[in-house]
Ligand binder design. Structure first.
Ligand code: FES
Length: 146
């Protein structure tokens, strides 16, 4: 260690900086090419009473396998999406005031109607899921139109 010259130290620092720079550039490229995937999970009941807990205009984030899902009660029915943002996998949230699904990490915005990207950096729409009401409870399943 005592043999480390100032020049060697600066070379090391330069190499570390270059490595950091490459990772900063490569990470979004890799995330774009390999977006996070929702693993196939069986239908699970989500214990949400539609009438009392999820009135029109409200949404709820529920556990869906290893990932959260967002169930939104729109005037034309229930919509459900994976709550995992397609950009860097942050968890999206329903914004009742704007009527959009927001990703707070990098200001990504999605449509509650079909999950498409309205604006911001996400490269793909939210993964659609199916929300079904059985005996007043919501069931979320893999599937849905994108
Ligand atoms: S992680 Fe959602 S916009 Fe970046």
């Amino acid at each position: 260690m005592s043999d480390l010259t100032r020049r060697d130290f600066l070379k090391l620092l330069k190499g570390a900086g270059a490595l950091l720079g490459v990772s900063v550039v490569a990470t979004p490229v890799v995330a774009y090419l390999y977006p996070p995937k929702l693993e196939e999970v069986p239908s699970e009941p989500v214990l949400v009473c539609v009438e009392s807990e999820l009135p029109v205009g409200e949404a709820k984030t529920v556990k869906f396998g290893r990932y959260p899902a967002l169930v939104i009660h729109l005037p034309d029915g229930l919509k459900a999406y994976s709550a995992v943002c397609t950009h860097f996998a942050c968890i999206v949230k329903w914004n009742k005031d704007t009527g959009e699904i927001d990703c707070p990490c990098h200001e990504g915005y999605f449509s509650p109607e079909d999950g498409r990207v309205l604006h911001g950096p996400p490269p793909a729409p939210l993964m659609p899921l199916i929300a079904e009401v059985v005996d007043g409870q919501v069931y979320v399943k893999v599937g849905g139109e994108s």
